[in-house]
Design a binder for this molecule. Sequence first.
Ligand code: PBG
Length: 339
Amino acid sequence: MPKPAPLVLTHRPRRLRRQPGRRALVAETVVRVEDLIAPLFVVDGKGRPEPIASMPGVSRFNIADLVKECRELHALGVPAVALFPKLDSRLKDATGTEALNKKTLILRAVRAVKAAVPELTVITDVALDPYTSHGHDGVLTAAGDDVANDRTVAILCQMAVLQAGAGVDFVAPSDMMDGRVGAIRKALDAAGHTDTGILAYSAKFNSAYYGPFRDAVGSAKAAGTRLLSKATYQMNPANRREAIREVQLDVAEGADIVMVKPAGAYLDIIREVRNNTRTPVAAYQVSGEYAQLHAAAKLGWLDLARCRDESLLAIKRAGADMILTYFAKDVAASLRGAK
Ligand code: PBG
Protein backbone atom coordinates (compact mmCIF):
# COMPACT_ATOMS: atom_id res chain seq x y z
CA MET A 1 0.00 0.00 0.00
CA PRO A 2 1.48 3.39 -0.94
CA LYS A 3 1.79 5.86 1.87
CA PRO A 4 -1.25 8.19 1.73
CA ALA A 5 -0.49 11.87 1.15
CA PRO A 6 -0.94 13.97 4.30
CA LEU A 7 -4.23 15.84 4.45
CA VAL A 8 -3.90 19.54 3.75
CA LEU A 9 -5.62 20.84 6.86
CA THR A 10 -5.62 24.40 8.15
CA HIS A 11 -7.27 23.31 11.36
CA ARG A 12 -6.02 20.45 13.45
CA PRO A 13 -7.73 20.77 16.84
CA ARG A 14 -5.70 17.83 18.10
CA ARG A 15 -2.63 20.11 18.22
CA LEU A 16 -4.04 21.53 21.46
CA ARG A 17 -4.33 18.07 22.98
CA ARG A 18 -0.80 16.96 22.20
CA GLN A 19 0.67 16.98 25.75
CA PRO A 20 -0.63 17.50 29.29
CA GLY A 21 0.86 21.01 29.37
CA ARG A 22 -1.00 22.11 26.26
CA ARG A 23 -4.19 20.53 27.48
CA ALA A 24 -3.90 22.33 30.81
CA LEU A 25 -3.37 25.69 29.09
CA VAL A 26 -6.60 25.41 27.15
CA ALA A 27 -8.76 23.82 29.86
CA GLU A 28 -11.95 25.87 30.05
CA THR A 29 -13.29 24.61 33.36
CA VAL A 30 -11.70 23.75 36.69
CA VAL A 31 -13.29 22.35 39.81
CA ARG A 32 -11.67 23.97 42.83
CA VAL A 33 -12.02 22.99 46.46
CA GLU A 34 -13.49 26.48 46.95
CA ASP A 35 -16.48 25.46 44.81
CA LEU A 36 -17.58 22.67 47.12
CA ILE A 37 -20.22 22.49 49.83
CA ALA A 38 -20.39 19.32 51.92
CA PRO A 39 -23.86 18.13 53.01
CA LEU A 40 -23.68 16.48 56.46
CA PHE A 41 -26.23 14.60 58.58
CA VAL A 42 -26.49 14.98 62.34
CA VAL A 43 -28.21 12.86 65.01
CA ASP A 44 -28.69 13.31 68.73
CA GLY A 45 -26.87 11.32 71.37
CA LYS A 46 -23.37 10.01 71.78
CA GLY A 47 -23.50 7.05 69.43
CA ARG A 48 -20.92 6.09 66.87
CA PRO A 49 -21.35 7.40 63.31
CA GLU A 50 -24.31 5.63 61.65
CA PRO A 51 -23.44 4.61 58.08
CA ILE A 52 -26.19 5.14 55.50
CA ALA A 53 -26.40 1.96 53.43
CA SER A 54 -27.43 3.65 50.18
CA MET A 55 -24.73 6.33 50.50
CA PRO A 56 -21.38 4.56 50.96
CA GLY A 57 -18.92 6.68 52.93
CA VAL A 58 -21.64 8.96 54.33
CA SER A 59 -22.70 8.68 57.98
CA ARG A 60 -24.92 10.47 60.40
CA PHE A 61 -22.77 12.07 63.09
CA ASN A 62 -23.48 13.01 66.68
CA ILE A 63 -22.71 16.65 67.38
CA ALA A 64 -19.17 16.01 68.66
CA ASP A 65 -18.28 13.95 65.58
CA LEU A 66 -19.96 16.51 63.33
CA VAL A 67 -17.70 19.19 64.76
CA LYS A 68 -14.69 16.96 64.14
CA GLU A 69 -15.77 16.38 60.54
CA CYS A 70 -16.24 20.12 60.05
CA ARG A 71 -12.74 20.80 61.35
CA GLU A 72 -11.35 18.27 58.88
CA LEU A 73 -13.30 19.74 55.97
CA HIS A 74 -12.13 23.22 56.91
CA ALA A 75 -8.53 22.02 57.11
CA LEU A 76 -8.89 20.56 53.62
CA GLY A 77 -10.12 23.92 52.34
CA VAL A 78 -13.81 23.11 51.87
CA PRO A 79 -15.47 26.48 52.50
CA ALA A 80 -19.00 25.42 53.45
CA VAL A 81 -21.23 22.71 54.89
CA ALA A 82 -24.98 22.14 54.61
CA LEU A 83 -26.41 20.50 57.73
CA PHE A 84 -29.43 18.17 57.88
CA PRO A 85 -30.92 16.71 61.07
CA LYS A 86 -32.17 13.15 61.46
CA LEU A 87 -34.71 13.17 64.23
CA ASP A 88 -35.92 10.46 66.53
CA SER A 89 -39.31 9.48 65.09
CA ARG A 90 -40.89 10.13 68.50
CA LEU A 91 -40.21 13.84 67.98
CA LYS A 92 -42.17 13.95 64.73
CA ASP A 93 -45.80 14.97 64.39
CA ALA A 94 -48.18 16.12 61.68
CA THR A 95 -47.23 19.79 61.98
CA GLY A 96 -43.50 19.44 62.61
CA THR A 97 -43.72 21.09 66.04
CA GLU A 98 -40.12 20.15 66.88
CA ALA A 99 -38.84 22.46 64.12
CA LEU A 100 -39.70 25.44 66.34
CA ASN A 101 -38.16 24.06 69.51
CA LYS A 102 -35.43 26.55 70.47
CA LYS A 103 -33.22 23.64 71.56
CA THR A 104 -33.86 21.39 68.59
CA LEU A 105 -30.95 19.28 67.32
CA ILE A 106 -30.07 21.40 64.29
CA LEU A 107 -29.76 24.59 66.35
CA ARG A 108 -27.46 22.89 68.87
CA ALA A 109 -25.43 21.47 65.99
CA VAL A 110 -25.05 24.87 64.33
CA ARG A 111 -23.92 26.53 67.57
CA ALA A 112 -21.36 23.80 68.18
CA VAL A 113 -19.93 24.00 64.66
CA LYS A 114 -19.85 27.80 64.63
CA ALA A 115 -18.14 27.88 68.03
CA ALA A 116 -15.47 25.41 66.90
CA VAL A 117 -14.88 26.51 63.30
CA PRO A 118 -16.23 30.07 62.95
CA GLU A 119 -14.73 30.60 59.47
CA LEU A 120 -16.63 27.65 58.03
CA THR A 121 -19.76 28.78 56.18
CA VAL A 122 -22.78 26.99 57.62
CA ILE A 123 -25.98 26.45 55.67
CA THR A 124 -29.18 24.91 57.04
CA ASP A 125 -32.27 23.62 55.29
CA VAL A 126 -35.56 25.38 55.88
CA ALA A 127 -38.28 22.77 55.29
CA LEU A 128 -40.41 20.60 57.54
CA ASP A 129 -39.71 17.14 56.15
CA PRO A 130 -37.27 16.01 58.89
CA TYR A 131 -39.91 17.02 61.47
CA THR A 132 -43.23 15.79 60.06
CA SER A 133 -44.56 12.29 60.62
CA HIS A 134 -45.78 12.20 57.00
CA GLY A 135 -42.45 13.33 55.55
CA HIS A 136 -43.86 16.28 53.63
CA ASP A 137 -42.02 19.61 53.55
CA GLY A 138 -44.92 21.47 55.13
CA VAL A 139 -48.17 21.15 57.04
CA LEU A 140 -51.15 19.55 55.33
CA THR A 141 -54.43 21.12 54.26
CA ALA A 142 -57.59 20.39 56.22
CA ALA A 143 -58.50 17.75 53.64
CA GLY A 144 -55.04 16.24 54.14
CA ASP A 145 -54.45 15.86 50.44
CA ASP A 146 -51.91 18.62 49.88
CA VAL A 147 -49.39 20.85 51.61
CA ALA A 148 -50.87 24.16 52.76
CA ASN A 149 -48.70 26.88 51.24
CA ASP A 150 -49.26 29.95 53.35
CA ARG A 151 -49.45 28.21 56.72
CA THR A 152 -46.23 26.41 55.87
CA VAL A 153 -44.50 29.65 54.90
CA ALA A 154 -45.38 31.17 58.29
CA ILE A 155 -43.63 28.26 60.05
CA LEU A 156 -40.62 28.38 57.70
CA CYS A 157 -40.13 32.06 58.58
CA GLN A 158 -39.93 31.19 62.27
CA MET A 159 -37.52 28.33 61.53
CA ALA A 160 -35.29 30.64 59.50
CA VAL A 161 -35.17 33.21 62.30
CA LEU A 162 -34.20 30.52 64.83
CA GLN A 163 -31.47 29.23 62.53
CA ALA A 164 -30.15 32.75 61.94
CA GLY A 165 -30.13 33.27 65.71
CA ALA A 166 -28.00 30.14 66.08
CA GLY A 167 -25.47 31.70 63.71
CA VAL A 168 -25.93 30.17 60.27
CA ASP A 169 -24.52 32.06 57.31
CA PHE A 170 -27.27 31.01 54.90
CA VAL A 171 -30.71 29.58 55.37
CA ALA A 172 -31.71 27.34 52.47
CA PRO A 173 -35.44 26.99 51.88
CA SER A 174 -35.79 23.61 50.17
CA ASP A 175 -39.56 23.35 50.47
CA MET A 176 -40.69 24.99 47.18
CA MET A 177 -43.65 26.86 48.71
CA ASP A 178 -44.69 29.96 46.78
CA GLY A 179 -43.53 33.25 48.25
CA ARG A 180 -41.30 31.79 50.93
CA VAL A 181 -38.11 33.58 49.93
CA GLY A 182 -39.68 37.02 50.24
CA ALA A 183 -41.41 36.12 53.49
CA ILE A 184 -38.21 34.70 54.98
CA ARG A 185 -36.19 37.77 53.92
CA LYS A 186 -38.72 40.01 55.65
CA ALA A 187 -38.76 37.89 58.79
CA LEU A 188 -34.96 37.78 58.99
CA ASP A 189 -34.67 41.53 58.54
CA ALA A 190 -37.38 42.22 61.10
CA ALA A 191 -35.43 40.11 63.59
CA GLY A 192 -32.22 42.02 62.85
CA HIS A 193 -30.58 39.26 60.80
CA THR A 194 -29.79 41.42 57.78
CA ASP A 195 -26.47 39.59 57.26
CA THR A 196 -27.96 36.11 57.09
CA GLY A 197 -28.23 35.11 53.45
CA ILE A 198 -30.77 33.04 51.57
CA LEU A 199 -29.62 30.19 49.36
CA ALA A 200 -32.87 29.36 47.61
CA TYR A 201 -33.63 25.91 46.26
CA SER A 202 -35.26 27.70 43.32
CA ALA A 203 -35.54 25.05 40.63
CA LYS A 204 -36.01 21.95 42.74
CA PHE A 205 -37.47 19.10 40.78
CA ASN A 206 -39.75 16.31 41.94
CA SER A 207 -36.99 13.77 41.49
CA ALA A 208 -36.61 10.08 42.22
CA TYR A 209 -32.92 10.77 42.87
CA TYR A 210 -33.67 11.92 46.44
CA GLY A 211 -34.32 8.35 47.59
CA PRO A 212 -31.11 7.75 49.58
CA PHE A 213 -31.41 11.16 51.29
CA ARG A 214 -34.85 10.22 52.53
CA ASP A 215 -33.30 7.11 54.10
CA ALA A 216 -30.66 9.34 55.68
CA VAL A 217 -33.09 11.76 57.34
CA GLY A 218 -35.87 9.23 57.78
CA SER A 219 -38.44 11.17 55.75
CA ALA A 220 -39.17 8.26 53.41
CA LYS A 221 -41.97 6.99 55.60
CA ALA A 222 -44.86 7.81 53.33
CA ALA A 223 -42.90 7.26 50.13
CA GLY A 224 -44.86 5.24 47.66
CA THR A 225 -48.12 6.13 49.35
CA ARG A 226 -50.47 8.73 47.96
CA LEU A 227 -49.00 11.20 50.40
CA LEU A 228 -45.33 11.33 49.63
CA SER A 229 -45.64 12.53 46.11
CA LYS A 230 -44.16 16.01 46.32
CA ALA A 231 -45.48 16.81 42.86
CA THR A 232 -47.76 19.64 44.02
CA TYR A 233 -44.77 21.69 45.14
CA GLN A 234 -41.55 20.36 43.61
CA MET A 235 -41.20 21.02 39.87
CA ASN A 236 -42.12 18.68 37.07
CA PRO A 237 -38.86 17.29 35.57
CA ALA A 238 -40.34 18.04 32.15
CA ASN A 239 -40.15 21.82 32.59
CA ARG A 240 -37.38 24.20 31.66
CA ARG A 241 -39.12 27.55 31.16
CA GLU A 242 -40.78 27.14 34.52
CA ALA A 243 -37.36 26.77 36.16
CA ILE A 244 -36.41 30.21 34.90
CA ARG A 245 -39.68 31.61 36.22
CA GLU A 246 -39.00 30.12 39.68
CA VAL A 247 -35.48 31.53 39.66
CA GLN A 248 -36.66 34.98 38.63
CA LEU A 249 -39.28 35.02 41.37
CA ASP A 250 -36.72 33.99 44.01
CA VAL A 251 -34.23 36.60 42.84
CA ALA A 252 -36.95 39.27 42.93
CA GLU A 253 -37.91 38.14 46.43
CA GLY A 254 -34.34 38.52 47.67
CA ALA A 255 -32.48 35.24 47.14
CA ASP A 256 -28.71 35.75 47.43
CA ILE A 257 -27.91 32.48 45.66
CA VAL A 258 -30.24 30.35 43.54
CA MET A 259 -30.01 26.60 43.23
CA VAL A 260 -30.82 23.91 40.71
CA LYS A 261 -31.45 20.42 42.07
CA PRO A 262 -30.68 17.65 41.14
CA ALA A 263 -27.63 18.52 39.04
CA GLY A 264 -26.50 15.72 36.73
CA ALA A 265 -29.78 15.12 34.94
CA TYR A 266 -30.50 18.86 34.85
CA LEU A 267 -27.38 20.34 33.27
CA ASP A 268 -29.50 22.13 30.68
CA ILE A 269 -31.40 23.86 33.49
CA ILE A 270 -28.16 24.95 35.17
CA ARG A 271 -26.97 26.47 31.89
CA GLU A 272 -30.31 28.16 31.24
CA VAL A 273 -30.35 29.63 34.75
CA ARG A 274 -26.71 30.77 34.40
CA ASN A 275 -27.61 32.56 31.17
CA ASN A 276 -30.66 34.23 32.66
CA THR A 277 -29.44 35.63 35.96
CA ARG A 278 -26.48 37.47 37.44
CA THR A 279 -27.10 35.90 40.83
CA PRO A 280 -24.64 33.16 41.87
CA VAL A 281 -25.88 29.70 40.94
CA ALA A 282 -25.50 26.58 43.08
CA ALA A 283 -26.22 23.03 41.97
CA TYR A 284 -26.94 20.06 44.22
CA GLN A 285 -25.49 16.73 43.16
CA VAL A 286 -28.04 14.76 45.14
CA SER A 287 -27.93 11.49 47.04
CA GLY A 288 -29.12 9.35 44.12
CA GLU A 289 -26.43 10.75 41.83
CA TYR A 290 -23.83 9.82 44.44
CA ALA A 291 -25.39 6.40 45.05
CA GLN A 292 -25.47 5.43 41.39
CA LEU A 293 -21.76 6.09 40.88
CA HIS A 294 -20.90 4.11 43.99
CA ALA A 295 -23.14 1.23 42.97
CA ALA A 296 -21.60 0.95 39.52
CA ALA A 297 -18.09 1.26 40.95
CA LYS A 298 -18.81 -1.49 43.45
CA LEU A 299 -19.73 -3.80 40.59
CA GLY A 300 -16.47 -2.88 38.92
CA TRP A 301 -18.32 -1.22 36.05
CA LEU A 302 -17.12 2.37 36.49
CA ASP A 303 -13.99 4.03 37.85
CA LEU A 304 -15.32 5.92 40.87
CA ALA A 305 -12.73 8.69 41.13
CA ARG A 306 -12.75 9.49 37.43
CA CYS A 307 -16.55 9.45 37.13
CA ARG A 308 -16.80 11.55 40.29
CA ASP A 309 -14.45 14.18 38.88
CA GLU A 310 -16.13 14.13 35.48
CA SER A 311 -19.59 14.53 37.01
CA LEU A 312 -18.48 17.59 38.97
CA LEU A 313 -16.66 19.07 35.99
CA ALA A 314 -19.86 18.72 33.93
CA ILE A 315 -21.89 20.53 36.59
CA LYS A 316 -19.34 23.34 36.73
CA ARG A 317 -19.14 23.54 32.93
CA ALA A 318 -22.93 23.78 32.77
CA GLY A 319 -22.61 27.01 34.75
CA ALA A 320 -22.72 26.24 38.46
CA ASP A 321 -20.60 28.52 40.65
CA MET A 322 -20.75 26.09 43.57
CA ILE A 323 -21.73 22.47 44.04
CA LEU A 324 -23.28 20.66 46.98
CA THR A 325 -21.83 17.17 46.78
CA TYR A 326 -21.35 14.18 49.04
CA PHE A 327 -17.97 13.78 47.30
CA ALA A 328 -16.71 17.09 48.76
CA LYS A 329 -14.27 15.61 51.24
CA ASP A 330 -12.87 13.01 48.82
CA VAL A 331 -12.39 15.60 46.11
CA ALA A 332 -10.79 18.06 48.52
CA ALA A 333 -8.37 15.37 49.66
CA SER A 334 -7.55 14.35 46.11
CA LEU A 335 -7.01 17.98 45.01
CA ARG A 336 -4.70 18.45 47.97
CA GLY A 337 -2.81 15.29 46.97
CA ALA A 338 -2.40 16.67 43.46
CA LYS A 339 -0.70 19.86 44.66
C1 PBG B 1 -35.84 18.19 51.90
C2 PBG B 1 -34.64 17.95 51.10
C3 PBG B 1 -34.44 16.88 50.23
C4 PBG B 1 -33.13 16.97 49.80
C5 PBG B 1 -32.55 18.11 50.38
N1 PBG B 1 -33.52 18.71 51.18
C6 PBG B 1 -35.32 15.73 49.87
C7 PBG B 1 -36.70 15.94 49.45
O1 PBG B 1 -37.08 16.99 48.94
O2 PBG B 1 -37.47 15.00 49.67
C8 PBG B 1 -32.50 15.97 48.89
C9 PBG B 1 -31.02 15.89 48.90
C10 PBG B 1 -30.45 14.66 48.31
O3 PBG B 1 -31.13 13.79 47.74
O4 PBG B 1 -29.21 14.53 48.42
N2 PBG B 1 -36.55 19.34 51.76
